[in-house]
Design a protein around this ligand. Structure first.
Ligand code: E4P
Length: 218
């Protein structure tokens, strides 16, 4: 399972990278705004900085919602760096754009996916990644993890190569459940990755080992 971090914060990206388990980064317009990154030039510069920080895919989202606009923006993003994956929303024009990008060797991440039907369509169009938003489904009392299971089944039935990128991951249990269900990738905050480290018995055990060592070596 690949681990992506879902942020545009460079310090958090570095921290996850330094752990040695980071495979990529996802961003979205809200995450860029949260870091105060505005204006086309600054946004492109920021994507480039993220690509220079890590080895791995970096999802950069188009803002246009019409086919021509998405193609123009997507081609510009893809040219920026070989690690860029163009993030395209799950709308009619988006599906057409994903098909175009796929036919032209540009990798895509189909975002804002909330149903198995949408995921099927994204795979048919040739998306590199499909991003089901599990946390947002949970937020409205729907089972986000069930969507991961449905998409896994459908993709395996037909051998679709589109990777399931579990998105809107909010916590460590989401990561573990997505791994059990066979998601190819998960993207979440730094806390969802670092949370995997924690177990009280590890802390108690280490404390005892160090105390016993000290007794015998003082
Ligand atoms: C995915 O690529 C999105 O950026 C993200 O996972 C959305 O997460 P949120 O629902 O926590 O905003």
């Amino acid at each position: 399972m690949k681990f992506f971090i879902d942020t545009a914060n460079l310090d958090q990206i570095k921290e996850a990278r330094d752990l040695g388990v980071l495979d990529g980064v996802t961003t979205n317009p809200s995450l860029m705004a949260k870091e105060g990154i505005t204006g086309k030039d600054n946004i492109l510069k920021h994507y480039k900085q993220i690509c220079d920080l890590i080895d791995g895919d970096v999802s950069a989202e188009v803002i246009a919602t019409d086919f021509e606009g998405m193609i123009k923006e997507g081609e510009e993003l893809a040219e920026l760096h070989e690690q860029i994956v163009v993030k395209v929303p799950m709308i009619k024009e988006g599906i057409k754009a994903i098909k175009y990008f796929s036919d032209n060797g540009i990798r895509t991440n189909c975002t804002l996916v909330f149903s198995a039907g949408q995921a099927l369509l994204a795979a048919k169009a040739g998306a590199t990644y499909v991003s089901p938003f599990i946390g947002r489904l949970d937020d409205i009392s729907t089972d986000g993890l069930n969507l991961i299971a449905e998409i896994r089944l459908i993709y395996d039935n037909y051998g679709f190569e589109t990777e399931i990128l579990a998105a809107s991951v909010r916590h460590t249990m989401h990561v573990i459940e997505c791994a059990k269900l066979g998601a190819d990738v998960m993207t979440g905050p730094l806390s969802s990755i670092e949370g995997l480290l924690k177990h009280p018995l590890t802390d108690i055990g280490l404390e005892k080992f160090l105390a016993d060592y000290k007794k015998g070596n003082s």
